[in-house]
Design a protein around this ligand. Structure first.
Ligand SMILES: [Zn+2]
Length: 380
């Protein structure tokens, strides 16, 4: 048995890390970091800023008891010479998400991941993690008689971050058949179906058709990244369940990427969830991308409790909060709280919330139960 609460993280970009960053997430965190340093991929070399600093891999997820997550597909399209990165055609974006799917399937076959698409699978997987023994290192195992202990697969719900890769609307049903259960129509900047963070504009006809098709298929709407006008239009058009998968509060970290109080209220009124994100830029005011440091801000995990408190004040309960770390979303420890060296450090949050007077029930809700309850309502 395990005294650490189970964790359900509703936003991880696992397949992007595997297929665009060439990270084998079965490796230890130390092995991934060492390889990236040796390859010269780190900031001091020629590479990306988050290289050599990752916080997410399967062994760390297991050490932190992250037994459930939402794993994204991401395939951006960018118009000719647009400043934001992306594929030059929706077809290439689609093909890249097909590669991501192939990787997810390989991880399933290898026993690292297991897809969660139904209430029955969700309940069985939750029970498996809650009932399995956890040896000293904290990593849960299934012990089958006469066999070697086998690591527990991590349950994952498939989500698509940004709909650009859907060449035509009919592609959505293909993804649904593959197991897709959530979708955020936009990402950063202008999108083919909806405009996202740092952009503006009403929801276009293509976006309305997309939402209608999502309603038909029963796909959860992820309202994170929608620009403000599109956010409100989407709530009018879409009837099904919605969440904001990696979403903090604008009043505590002013930038349109975060939600204003009336947006938080609107998500709550629809029975939705807001996933607390651990990207420093979404946690504190005045963070300057690629210039600020966690030490400069003395940023600690505890800061997230301010965001959690704020959502709970608006909601009048602790039923609409959950974890949506985004910890592998294109940054590493250069842009996380100083005490967030690994996704396993999420396990410090129960203590921080208890100090603030949250009950065990509230804390369990935040760590995983609110998501399980949400999915049971959404899927039944
Ligand atoms: Zn995102």
């Amino acid at each position: 048995m395990n005294d650490k609460p189970l964790i359900f993280d509703i936003h991880l970009d696992l397949s992007m890390n595997a297929m665009s960053w060439n990270r084998d997430l079965r490796w230890s965190q130390e092995k991934i970091q060492r390889w990236e340093h040796i390859q010269g991929l780190t900031k001091d070399g020629v590479g990306e800023v988050d290289r050599g600093n990752n916080t997410v891999c399967f062994p760390e997820m297991r050490r932190g008891n992250v037994g459930l997550c939402v794993g994204t597909f991401i395939g951006r399209y960018s118009s000719y010479f647009h400043r934001l990165p992306g594929w030059n055609s929706p077809e290439q974006a689609w093909a890249s998400t097909r590669a991501q799917l192939a990787w997810y399937r390989c991880m399933e076959e290898d026993g690292e991941l297991t897809p969660i698409t139904t209430v029955a699978a969700l309940e069985a997987h939750e029970k498996l993690w809650l009932d399995s023994p956890h040896p000293d290192d904290g990593t849960p195992y299934v012990v089958e008689s006469k066999k070697q202990p086998t690591k527990l697969p991590i349950g994952y719900v498939m989500s698509l971050e940004g709909a650009d890769c859907l060449v035509k609307l009919s592609y959505l049903e293909t993804m649904y058949q593959d197991g897709l259960r959530a979708l955020g129509p936009a990402h950063y900047g202008p999108g083919r179906y909806a405009n996202g963070t740092d952009d503006c504009g009403r929801l276009r006809e293509e976006g309305k058709e997309l939402l209608k098709e999502m309603d038909r298929l029963g796909i959860i709407l992820d309202v994170t990244h929608l620009c403000d006008e599109t956010f409100w239009d989407s709530l009018d058009c879409f009837e099904g369940p919605l969440w904001a998968s990696h979403q903090n509060c604008r009043t505590l970290a002013p930038w349109n990427r975060q939600f204003a109080d009336d947006q938080i209220k609107a998500v709550v009124d629809r029975g939705g969830l807001l996933g607390s994100a651990f990207d420093a830029i979404m946690m504190v005011p005045g963070w300057r991308h690629l210039r600020s440091t966690p030490e400069g801000f003395q940023l600690r995990i505890e800061r997230i409790c301010e965001h959690i408190d704020h959502v709970c004040q608006i909601a009048g309960s602790a039923k609409h909060i959950c974890i949506g770390t985004d910890l592998d979303g294109g940054y590493g420890t250069e842009q996380t709280p100083m005490d967030m060296k690994s996704i396993a450090d999420l396990q410090t949050i129960p203590g921080l919330l208890a100090e603030r007077g949250y009950s065990k029930e509230d804390i369990d809700g935040f760590m995983w139960k609110n998501v399980v309850d949400f999915l049971k309502r959404a899927w039944s």
